[in-house]
Ligand binder design. Structure first.
Ligand code: TGC
Ligand code: FAD
Length: 388
């Protein structure tokens, strides 16, 4: 087992309840025992550790904060702590769980019919069925309102045409939630991936999130029954509601990645000697470690407050944006500082900070880029939208 010790300078642990601590510790052990021994291999090979899916399901991590249908029904804060611990292992593993729970199970739970919920949610909670979320298109990333994917009614069916790009879990999914315009309005559709005309092609050559599947979804005259429309989906707002849930998880997840980098950098700095002193005894090195623990502490408090507001039902989308933006930035900066402290060792797979650093570049961009979240917060505080 790896010797991981999460920094917690402000004893945020004391602000959690027993159940939250127990869930956090269970996922922490799972990551130490099951993720850490295989992650270097998968990152190197560019493969997702599919062998972990059954245990991820058994632990109740899929759709964990949803009620019923075999879901664990834990609090949002507990869900966030799960994401924190998973991302301590790897952003790709956290991404898998985020997409399945927040971007596929959540919309089925929130906008789906009873039949759709019965059909998909129990099998998705165990990991027997996998899903993906297709919003982004090759020419429409930050501005999904311009999407070109269309659904057209034809008798008892809808016919879908269009391309979605950068889709996590794409080629390992049984079903895709596809956002498409129907009579000019954005709606969500359940598209089984074995339907004729549906192709999922993996995007090659990624140097970030290598232990995660990222695909292009191509739909050419894909026919689905009308019952595959998510009946309560109603405009782009429905897709953005799913993003709130996933962005919330990322705000916690990024703390975990930063904690992993800090722990590794501190151990290394204490163990390595230069100029007859441990690196940790040099002022400049301490300054970097203090920057990290300082920002991690603020990030932990931000995430916990966000969790408490979500559990109270008061959280606003711009508060989630602020936390996603801050915590991913601080995690990326922490990973870079850790990599620096490790010197040449930091560029090898033997250590984890370089992998976290590469992963966090994707996390900085997906689920709304750093700058899009600045504009969301900017709109809230000024009353002026500066997107266009
Ligand atoms: P806008 O006119 O501002 O809004 C349309 C309607 O939606 C409402 N709204 C929201 N509702 C809930 N949650 C939010 N976060 C919302 N933001 C806006 C809004 O009030 C309005 O409602 P109504 O009733 O008036 O219709 O829309 P816009 O087209 O101007 O876009 C705004 C913008 C730029 C903020 C939005 O498009 C955006 O967030 N863009 C970023 C795109 C993005 O984040 N894509 C992520 C794709 S999925 C992904 O990356 C998965 S990564 C895998 C992983 O997580 O591991
Ligand atoms: P663009 O929108 O082209 O942005 C490029 C740059 O321009 C950014 O710096 C951006 O901040 C800036 N910019 C754009 N608009 C403005 C503006 N108005 N003002 C100032 N600056 C602006 N999408 C899904 O739908 N499902 C998924 O599962 C999914 N998984 C992903 C997995 C990975 C590994 C990655 C990398 C992406 C994934 N995405 C997914 C896509 C992701 O959500 C988009 O990459 C993201 O929304 C940004 O879109 P873009 O890449 O087209 O960049």
């Amino acid at each position: 087992m790896d010797p991981y010790e999460a920094p917690d300078l402000y004893r945020v642990d004391e602000m959690l309840d027993d159940e939250e601590r127990q869930i956090r510790d269970t996922v922490r052990s799972f990551v130490s025992e099951k993720v850490m021994p295989v992650i270097e291999h998968h990152f190197d090979a560019g493969t997702f550790p599919k062998e972990l899916i059954p245990e991820i399901g058994e632990l109740g991590l899929l759709g964990a904060n949803l009620e019923g249908y075999g879901c664990a029904g834990v609090s949002s804060t507990a869900y966030g702590l799960m994401m924190q611990e998973l991302e301590r292992g790897d952003s790709g593993v956290r991404s898998f769980v985020s997409v399945q729970g927040s971007l596929v199970m959540y919309p089925i739970h929130t906008f789906g019919s009873d039949e759709q919920k019965e059909q998909w949610l129990p099998a998705m909670a165990t990991g027997e069925k996998i899903g993906c979320f297709g919003l982004t298109e090759p020419d429409h990333g930050s501005d999904p309102s311009g999407m070109e994917t269309r659904a057209v009614a034809d008798g008892d069916e809808f016919v879908l045409n269009g391309t979605k790009r950068w889709i996590t879990n794409g080629s390992i999914s049984h079903v895709a939630i596809v956002w498409a315009k129907l009579d000019g309005q954005v709606r969500g559709f359940l598209v089984e991936t074995d339907r004729p005309g549906f192709t999922a092609r993996d995007i090659p050559g990624k140097w970030s999130l290598r232990a995660s599947v990222t695909s292009e979804l191509i739909m050419e005259d894909v026919r689905i029954p009308k019952s595959n429309l998510l009946p309560k989906s109603d405009g782009l707002k429905s897709a953005l509601m799913c993003l709130n849930s996933a962005r919330f998880g990322i705000a916690f997840g990024a703390v975990g990645a930063a904690q992993a980098c800090f722990d590794e950098a501190l151990r290394y700095a204490k163990a390595r000697t230069q100029f007859d002193k441990p690196l940790a005894a040099f002022q400049l090195v301490q300054n970097k470690l203090v920057w990290m623990v300082n920002e991690i502490t603020k990030g932990q408090l931000l995430a916990l407050r966000l969790g408490r507001m979500k559990d109270a039902g008061t959280v606003k989308h711009y508060q989630i944006s602020l936390a996603k933006r801050n915590n991913v930035w601080m995690a990326l900066e922490s990973a870079r500082k850790a990599r620096d402290i490790l010197g040449a060792s930091g560029v090898t797979y033997e250590y984890h900070c370089g992998r976290h650093m590469a992963n966090l570049e994707s996390v900085y961009t997906y689920e709304g880029t750093h700058d899009i979240h600045a504009l969301i917060v900017g709109q809230q505080i000024t009353g002026s939208a500066a997107f266009a």
